[in-house]
Design a binder for this molecule. Structure first.
Ligand code: ADP
Ligand code: MG
Ligand code: ZN
Length: 316
């Protein structure tokens, strides 16, 4: 029988579970809606039943399980410290009940860190040794692979690149600091910029596209694509800031490559062009040779990332 693991991606909207082979093939998958808001204990019980259901339906005998989730994780203790997607989830050990019910070792990992290991093992970072991954979506996440292993740091926080300060006078971030990358360039940040553009009456096209709804990054991007120069400048400026952060990280870590994923990449070259330019403008010496790759795992990054983490635990 091929060696497999149970992988889960616990998002704000979807709870995806899959049986994944060592080659990164998804042999069986189930997509559920994330359990509705209720008590944490009830959510845990539901998650466990969903995962057990996936194992039963697949007929596989996975050797380990890993759940990837947004938020602060203590991987060593198997604890979710804060999961912004899942209200009420605080300081809860998830791995023990999952492991006991399924009878296999269970792990959790931050979703962006898992995605980094997923790209390294199965995606755009295959064959490299050191990798920096950035997720550019609703927020900004990151993960670091050093010497072919996920780098977690002392307390599992490593990779939180969204909280690099790029402007000390910038907007307040959810973490409490000012001018974090995530507060300047992210789905939420672009939505806020779009709101200000409308408030100041600076874009008739954006106003028409948003059509009375609160504007989003998608609206901002659509207005820029229709030739709105104010919206385009906003996106280009965001790309520039993103590139400065990536370039700074590349000078610190000297990875073989940077991989990027997330919904904002749909903005294409308007965001990526200035990001690339800014990153390479900072590159110190050999850092100029660092490659940037777009994610190859797409929507399955969380699942395949969780699988990669489970295999890493099994192999060490
Ligand atoms: P999450 O961070 O929740 O995993 P995603 O990586 O899917 O989410 O990114 C979601 C963000 O990407 C949202 O802020 C959304 O507005 C933005 N987004 C999605 N599609 C586009 C698009 N075509 N153009 C610009 N922004 C987009
Ligand atoms: Mg991370
Ligand atoms: Zn922050």
């Amino acid at each position: 029988m091929t060696r497999t693991v149970l992988a889960a991606d616990f998002g704000g909207t979807n709870l995806r579970a899959a049986i994944v082979s060592a080659e990164g093939h998804i042999l069986h998958r189930d997509d559920h809606l994330t359990p509705a808001e209720s008590t944490p204990q009830a959510i845990i019980a539901q998650v466990i039943e969903l995962l057990a259901g996936t194992v039963a339906a697949s007929g596989a005998q996975p050797a380990a399980a890993c759940i990837a989730t947004a938020g602060l994780i203590n991987a060593e203790e198997g604890k979710v410290i804060i999961a912004p997607n899942i209200p009420g989830f605080r300081n809860l050990v998830l791995t023990t009940p999952v492991g006991e019910r399924l009878g296999i070792p269970a792990y959790i990992e931050n979703d962006a860190s898992a995605a980094a290991l997923g790209e390294f093992r199965f995606g755009a970072g295959r064959g490299t040794r050191h990798l920096l991954h950035a997720t550019v979506g609703t927020g900004i996440g990151g993960g670091i692979v050093i010497d072919r292993r996920l780098y977690r740091g002392a307390k599992g926080l490593a990779g939180e690149i969204g909280h690099i300060i790029v402007d000390p006078a910038g907007p307040r971030c959810n973490c409490g600091s000012r001018g974090c990358l995530e507060a300047m360039v992210s789905g939420v940040a672009f939505a806020e910029r779009a709101r200000l553009i409308l408030q100041q009456g600076k874009s008739a096209i954006l106003k028409e596209i948003a059509a009375g709804e609160p504007p989003t990054a998608v609206h901002l991007s659509a207005a820029a694509a229709r030739g709105d120069t104010v919206c385009e400048a906003e996106i280009r400026h965001g790309g520039h800031i993103l590139g400065l952060a990536l370039g700074s990280l590349v000078n610190v870590l000297n990875p073989d490559c940077v991989t990027l994923s997330g919904g904002l990449l749909s903005m294409g070259e308007m965001l990526l062009g200035p990001a690339r330019e800014a990153m390479y403008s900072l590159a110190y010496g050999p850092a100029a040779g660092t490659l940037i790759h777009l994610s190859e795992l797409g929507d399955d990054a969380g699942l395949l990332g969780a699988a990669a983490v489970a295999f890493e635990h099994l192999d060490t």
